[in-house]
Design a protein around this ligand. Structure first.
Ligand code: C2E
Ligand code: MG
Ligand code: MG
Length: 694
């Protein structure tokens, strides 16, 4: 058999050596089992590390790894039945390493005997590459599954792969429910490969796409905003689209919140100053180009500071919220109501047809605010507002001017008693602007010399006896052209300019002269209180000046009462405290005016020489507000009583207030219910009548 083979194989072996791939020939037994190699080429010998002689002593089963023997057996059978088989196998080299081969084996006959000729291709490289691919694919798969975004591979518009995030986003019961589904069943706005040219163009180059926003329809029919990115990948050996879909709900929510915080007022939810300015700017530009009109309303609540101080800021905030609601209800849909801050609100009316449209709105707002009380935490608060109106292009052309002029008009409305509106007009420029500064200062200077200042006296009534227990001197300025100017308008200016010094001296001189006069005509003297502002206490010679004037007039300081505000005690400067003490030591009474409106703690009351608490009129006015207002007032009365101080209530206007204050032991009352501030002659008449009745 050997000889037969050798003879016939001579030629064959030579031919085999031309091949680069290893070639093996082994014989078969009668039963078709593999026998020794009868021929191998040089490539085979070199690759496996056996000589040809060594090969002739080996059978395929000798160099096949154990784990492949079973497979080899099955392959042998198929060779016998089919004549030819391609299969993957492996051989062990002389050095003990396994080399994987792809064999192409066929049955041949050599010298009448069966044999197998097997051409092998070394597939080590391919195996390694496959292994690497498997590993990296596994890595990618883990990554893709970990991604919070939906990742899908889409081929011909149909989903071939999707991760778990995709299942969650779409609300599918499992991933399998999505496989085989067309993507555009979920992603709306006609997302289709053919319909979105930019997507197709870009993906041909394999670039990542810029994010596009779509709507995703979930299995339950609900819709969410998504961002879709797409790129081309190789999948299963052919190009497919890799789609990444991101849920935008949270980002949208955050964007919305940020926008809201930047443009809306946290308290009232109305647009804030910034949004108002932007809209106003836009409206001005539009009105400019279209020759249109617009109006700006500026409103400010009357006496809000006092309310806010009295109520506490939490309740003050609640009030502002309710005011905002009423304001919103008054403005047309095209108009924009905003809160600038504090108790200042604005309204922009674009495309305003005529002045009436704006003034109607202002009138509505004023009426609506005062129409019925605001009920805040059980209080019934009566609130009024003042509104100023300015017009584009009638009054002015810029955003800043529109606001400024509306503001000026609002102040005019306030100075006329509040609870009303005013449209801006040019004369306000001349009348109001200089009013606050140089013009007013000059006028106030002149007022002193020209005798335009005088005092009125408002009686204080003893609650028990009903008799006048004293009077408060209140300053009046009657300007030759402007008429009566209330002290709240000129006292602050006098303080700023230092004019408060001569004015304060004037008040004391007047009071002394009055007391002197009464004494001379044989009238019983009456305690008179004067108001001294914080600024007046900053003068180190206040006490000397006061003492000098009083001595000169020969008046007993005990007829004097000094009304100061809590602010003075809160500032607690050494000079002020020493002055206060000195005035008290002289025999003057000290009274805390507007008590309850400061932010001070009650602890200071013990530390200063205070004789009287004068409860601010806002607390008295609030009495109609209900239970809580009453208990606050009662607490203040008790506080004064427990500290051994006289308590007096100011701003008493109704019989109910009188009854309540009397019942709770308030010592003295002052207010329009009894007497308005009176001119001297009026006061004397009142005093005479009182004495006659006694
Ligand atoms: P004040 O000392 O708290 O004076 C009480 C104010 O309430 C006065 O206003 C008075 O006319 C007003 N009033 C009195 N009874 C009632 C009432 O029943 N209802 C209402 N709604 N109001 C009432 P006026 O005279 O306008 O004075 C305002 C403030 O100007 C005073 O508040 C005081 O702080 C200050 N002031 C007045 N005269 C002088 C002064 O000679 N020197 C200084 N430094 N300040 C003064
Ligand atoms: Mg006073
Ligand atoms: Mg007061």
């Amino acid at each position: 058999m050997e000889a037969q083979l050798t003879v016939g194989s001579e030629h064959l072996l030579k031919w085999m050596d031309y091949a680069n791939d290893p070639i093996f020939i082994f014989g078969l037994t009668e039963d078709g089992l593999p026998e020794n190699y009868v021929g191998v080429n040089t490539a085979a010998a070199q690759l496996l590390g056996y000589t040809r002689d060594e090969f002739s002593a080996l059978k395929p089963t000798d160099i096949t790894p154990r784990h492949r023997l079973g497979h080899l057996k099955r392959v042998m059978q198929r060779i016998l039945t089919d004549g030819q088989v391609t299969f993957e196998g492996g051989y062990i080299t002389g050095e003990g390493q396994e080399i994987p081969f792809e064999f192409n084996a066929r049955f041949i006959e050599i010298g009448g005997r069966g044999a197998v000729l097997s051409i092998a291709r070394n597939i080590s490289e391919r195996k390694r590459a496959e292994e690497e691919l498997r590993e990296s694919e596994a890595r990618y798969r883990v990554l893709v599954e970990l991604l919070p975004d939906m990742v899908a591979v889409v081929h011909d518009g149909v989903i071939e792969f999707v991760n778990h995030a995709g299942r969650e986003l779409t609300g599918a019961s499992d991933v399998a429910q999505l496989i085989g589904q067309p993507l555009d069943r979920f992603v709306l706005s006609g997302y289709q490969e053919s319909e979105t040219p930019p997507l197709r163009q870009r993906t041909q180059t394999g670039d990542a796409l810029s994010p596009n926003e779509y709507t995703l329809v979930r299995f339950d029919g609900s819709r969410i905003d998504v961002e879709v990115q797409s790129t081309v990948v190789m999948y299963g050996g052919r190009p497919a689209k890799l789609i990444i879909i991101r849920d935008m709900t949270e980002r949208r929510r955050v964007q919305h919140v940020i926008h809201h915080m930047a443009y809306y007022d946290y308290l009232t939810e109305l647009p804030n100053r910034r949004l108002f300015h932007e809209r106003l700017e836009h409206a001005v530009v539009t009105a400019h180009s279209s020759k249109g009109k617009l109006a700006v309303l500026f409103l400010d609540l009357d006496r809000f500071k006092i309310l806010n101080d009295a109520l506490g800021h939490d309740l003050g905030d609640l009030l502002l919220k309710d005011v905002a609601q009423r304001l919103q209800a008054c403005v047309a849909t095209k108009a924009l109501a905003a809160r600038l801050g504090g108790d200042e609100f604005t309204v922009l009316i674009p495309d305003v047809a005529n002045r009436e449209e704006a003034t109607d709105c202002a009138r509505r707002i004023v009426a609506e605010i005062s129409s019925r009380p605001f009920v805040i935490d059980g209080y019934e608060l009566f609130v009024t507002t003042s509104v100023g109106v300015s017009f584009f292009a009638q009054d002015c052309l810029t955003v800043a001017d529109l606001l400024r002029y509306a503001d000026t008009a609002m102040y005019r409305a306030k100075s006329q008693g509040g609870n009303g509106f005013q449209c801006y007009h040019d004369t306000m420029q001349i009348e109001d602007a200089p009013l606050s500064h140089i013009y007013m200062e000059q006028e106030l200077h002149k007022a002193l010399d020209a005798g335009e200042l005088h005092l009125v006296y408002q009686p204080k009534v003893n609650t028990r006896t009903g008799r006048i227990a004293g009077v408060e001197a209140l300053l009046r300025w009657t300007h030759s052209a402007m008429g009566d100017i209330p002290p709240s308008n000129f006292i602050p200016l006098a303080e700023q300019t230092g004019l408060i010094r001569p004015i304060g001296q004037y008040v004391i001189r007047q009071v002394c002269a009055q007391l002197r006069h009464w004494e001379e005509i044989g009238r019983a003297p009456l305690p008179i209180s004067i108001n001294l502002s914080v600024r007046q206490f900053q003068d180190s010679d206040l006490v000397d000046t006061v003492a000098g004037i009083i001595q000169e007039a020969g008046i007993d300081p005990r007829w004097f009462e000094i009304e100061i505000t809590e602010t003075l005690l809160m500032e607690n400067t050494e000079v002020a405290m020493a002055s206060l003490q000195a005035l008290h030591d002289m025999g003057m009474h000290i009274s805390i005016d507007d008590f309850g409106t400061g932010f001070s703690s009650f602890s200071y009351l013990n530390q200063f020489p205070i004789d009287t608490l004068k409860i601010d009129q806002s607390f008295v006015a609030n009495l109609k507000g209900g239970r809580r207002a009453k208990s606050i007032l009662i607490a203040m009365l008790r506080l004064g009583q427990s500290l051994g101080m006289k308590v007096i209530a100011e701003g008493v206007e109704t019989a109910e207030q009188v009854a309540f204050l009397r019942r709770h032991g308030c010592g003295e009352l002052q207010g329009y219910y009894f007497h308005r501030p009176l001119r001297v002659e009026e006061l004397e008449t009142v005093l005479d009548r009182m004495n006659e009745m006694a």
